[in-house]
Write a protein that binds this ligand. Structure first.
Ligand code: M6R
Length: 600
């Protein structure tokens, strides 16, 4: 979703802002813009489309040492140059970029701006016009900014330029992510440290309802009552090379290939000195005391949660429910007496999940966040965090984070089982090692999977994924991957469920991808494959070694039955990738999607 950058210092700002915006491209956007300030005033450049289009429209002869930039993912008003940020006040004195959604903007418009001609359809413009209105009524910029912030309902990360305060960028945050970066003789703001890693690795986190005045020498954080807040910076532990594609054509394929390494890193990160997998005792105590676990997540992370439920129930014997965050928040089920909440989120910033976390904390319950991003909102606001150690995931389609989430959930369930005195008949370190090797074999099978994608998906209109038990959950993830990047309508079904309605959609040649990795249901899933084949479908069975049949199209190496999702998903990720390539889709930046979904 929208991304923000800002710089004030001694260098020409254009390239810093454009490069920063390029690093935020992964979040998803449909227009972009920058505003730069020099002695002549503020120069605004914005375009619908890609940063590359914006780059062309920026006048290279205008130099400036302060500026703000924005990538917009449309919520209020169509993606257009007019609605692109930055937005300016009527007089042109104030220029603003905003990430988030202002829920009461219509009301504010009616109450305060009935006389102000608004140019765009955005909620953002209301903010910048309010600031100017309050300045015109006699407040200084800082007071007008604060007064405006107090009126806003919803989420915001804001960066504001004022022509009359040329040495400052005014910044504020509520619910949407925003960091301030520190340098020698300059300071920056960014939605994500990655955007400003080009100039600094020192960042200060901002909390909700804080405003900041950033000059090239100073960063002053205050709450909305004007009280000063001091907070130590942290070093962003990101390697610039982590966020480069290197020789890969796309981030997605790079990230698919990183899965064996990530799995090994996770084993290492959670191994104690004795070589045993270990989890913070406070987390295990919290799990042990809970009478029920509630996993809350969205999209791919929700699919990982479904697999995690199997681990927690089968290994640790703790009853577990899995919920889609956006539903849970408005339709909370009857909770058990001692619930523990587990939030799974690659980004740690997903607004739907955060809304549940806020509610859960209000109710006084404990929460654990499993995330890839240390210091992210969901991590900060939960009682406990487990990290994924997957390195930055840039492609919108989540791949390595999914397998990392499953590996961490397996380690958590394994540790919880031991804590509860339950002996397991396998050694998880050993089994995860086998998984990492199997992942490597699968990542090397690209040619074969590219051929399967060509055979089944190059011209497909729709596609079904079927599986039973754990394979059903992986099928859901396979379908999500395929639809989000190739735009083929794809659905995952429990093998036995198709015949209860959806089988009516099977036509001659409809691709049905069936997973067969679970011994107990192998015969039944094969029965389901026969049912669809008899009605003209073109089945593609992906089975596990030891369970394979003659006509299976692809066989994955054998791993422990509980851990098959970690590897059976890889052929599905690769099928989606090659299907998208064959259909000339923008693999890393699929239409309408954002990497970090920071609005509800
Ligand atoms: O950052 P999160 O894990 O909370 O994100 C949740 C979903 O938005 C995300 O998994 C989404 O479904 C992916 N684009 C799927 O590939």
């Amino acid at each position: 979703m929208c991304g923000i950058v800002g710089y004030i210092g001694y260098s020409d700002v254009k390239e810093i802002l454009l490069k920063g915006l390029e690093k935020l491209e992964y979040r998803g956007y449909d227009s972009a813009g920058i505003a730069i300030r020099n002695e002549e005033g503020i120069h605004v450049f914005k375009e619908k489309g890609r940063i590359a289009d914006l780059r062309k429209s920026v006048d290279p002869s205008v130099a400036a040492k302060a500026g703000i930039g924005h990538t917009r993912w449309a919520t209020h008003g169509a993606p257009s140059k007019l609605n692109a940020h930055p937005h300016q006040s009527v007089s042109g004195r104030f220029t603003l970029v905003h990430n988030g959604v202002i829920e009461n903007y219509e009301q504010l418009k009616k109450e305060y701006l009935f006389d102000t001609p608004l140019k765009s359809d955005t909620d953002t413009e209301v903010i910048v016009q309010l600031i100017e209105l309050f300045v015109n009524e006699g407040l200084d910029t800082e007071a007008a900014f604060r007064k405006t912030l107090k009126l806003l309902k919803g989420s915001y990360a804001l960066a504001l330029l004022d022509t009359e305060a040329p040495d400052a960028i005014f910044v504020a945050k509520n619910k949407s992510p925003l960091l301030v970066g520190l340098g020698e003789g300059f300071n920056v703001v960014a939605s994500d440290a990655m955007a400003m890693l080009q100039v600094t690795d020192q960042f200060v986190e901002l909390m909700d309802q804080e405003m900041v005045i950033v000059t090239k020498e100073q960063v002053t954080i205050q709450n909305l009552d004007g009280e000063r807040i001091t907070r130590a910076p942290y070093t962003a532990e990101l390697d610039a090379s982590d966020i480069e594609k290197g020789t890969y054509a796309h981030y997605m394929i790079k990230e698919i290939d990183e899965q064996p390494l990530v799995t090994r890193k996770i084993i290492q990160a959670y191994q104690s000195e004795t070589g045993k997998l270990s989890i913070d005792a406070n987390i295990l105590q919290a799990l042990n005391e809970a009478d029920r676990l509630y996993i809350v997540a969205c999209g791919t992370s929700y699919h990982a949660g479904l697999v995690g439920k199997q681990f927690l129930e089968k290994m640790a014997k703790i009853p577990t429910e899995v919920h889609v965050a956006s539903e849970f928040v408005y339709n909370m089920p009857m909770l058990s007496e001692k619930p523990l909440f587990i939030f799974i989120s690659q980004s740690g910033e997903t607004a739907d999940s955060r809304a549940v976390l806020v509610k859960v904390k209000e109710l006084g319950y404990q929460a654990l966040t499993i995330t890839n991003v240390p210091g992210s909102t969901l991590s900060r606001e939960a009682d406990y965090t487990l990290l994924l150690h997957a390195g930055p995931e840039i492609a919108v389609a989540s791949t390595k984070a999914y397998t990392a989430q499953i590996a961490v959930l397996a380690i958590l369930a394994n540790a919880a089982a031991q804590f509860r005195g339950r002996a397991l008949d396998f050694d998880l370190v050993h089994e995860l090692g086998i998984v990492a090797n199997a992942m490597e074999i699968l990542c090397d099978a690209k040619e074969e999977l590219e051929q399967i994608a060509r055979d089944y998906l190059a011209t497909a209109r729709n596609c079904f994924f079927i599986g039973r038990s754990t394979d059903f959950y992986v099928g859901l993830e396979g379908a999500l991957k395929l639809k989000e990047i190739s735009y083929i309508q794809a659905e995952g079904f429990a093998g036995g469920e198709l015949k209860h309605g959806t089988i009516a959609l099977i036509e001659d040649g409809t691709p049905v991808i069936a997973l067969a990795t679970q011994e107990g249901v192998n015969l039944s899933i094969r029965g389901n494959v026969k049912e669809v084949a008899a009605r003209g479908a073109n089945p593609c069975v992906i089975s596990m070694k030891g369970l394979e049949s003659e006509d299976d199209r692809f066989v994955i190496p054998e791993v422990h039955e509980l851990l098959t999702p970690l590897i059976s998903v890889i052929p599905l990720q690769l099928l989606a990738y090659y299907a998208a390539l064959h259909r000339n889709c923008d693999v890393d930046k699929p239409r309408n999607l954002a990497k970090s979904v920071t609005v509800e």
